[in-house]
Design a protein around this ligand. Structure first.
Ligand SMILES: [Mn+2]
Length: 155
């Protein structure tokens, strides 16, 4: 099972308490499950960025959770700023250095699934096929991956 953070990562949303909105919540859940390999995470970079330092230390968390083999899926996405106000944007248009993040995954030897999420829907009226919105962000992410692997001598 892969836990995705509450999005946005806030303690309560509409009066309902959130389970996972900080790094420490993940660590508590994993401890409750006695570090079972059956419980891991869907590491949503967007959520980490929305929460900023109130969520955790993204780079240290990537390293730590990679080492512990707790990441089975990565959502590769950027936002303009932390809560309370942010917009979901293309990877190259947000506040985070997505290349630095990709390099961190490569350096850590992450070999699980990585995908974009919350993609845009271009020309939705003319083109109801929403999958077209995945093409550019996925290609951009693959370009970052290719470059990070080459830089790390892993290509
Ligand atoms: Mn996500």
């Amino acid at each position: 099972m892969a836990l995705h953070p509450n999005d946005p990562p806030v303690e309560y949303l509409a009066g309902v308490g959130s389970l996972i909105y900080r790094t420490e919540d993940y660590n508590r859940a994993f401890a409750l499950a006695n570090e079972s390999p059956a419980l891991a995470m869907k590491m949503c970079i967007g959520c980490w960025l929305e929460g900023g330092s109130a969520f955790g230390d993204l780079m240290a968390d990537i390293e730590d959770f990679c080492k512990r083999d707790k990441i089975v899926v990565v959502h590769f996405r950027n936002v303009t700023s932390t809560i309370p106000y942010f917009e979901e944007v293309l990877a190259e248009d947000g506040y985070a250095d997505m290349y630095a993040i990709m390099k961190k995954f490569v350096e850590c030897g992450y070999d699980g699934l990585m995908s974009v999420d919350h993609v845009f829907s271009p020309h939705e009226k003319d083109n109801p096929n929403r999958t077209v919105g995945y093409c550019y962000p996925t290609g951009y992410a693959k370009g970052l991956l290719h470059t990070a692997e080459a830089e790390a001598g892993k290509h």
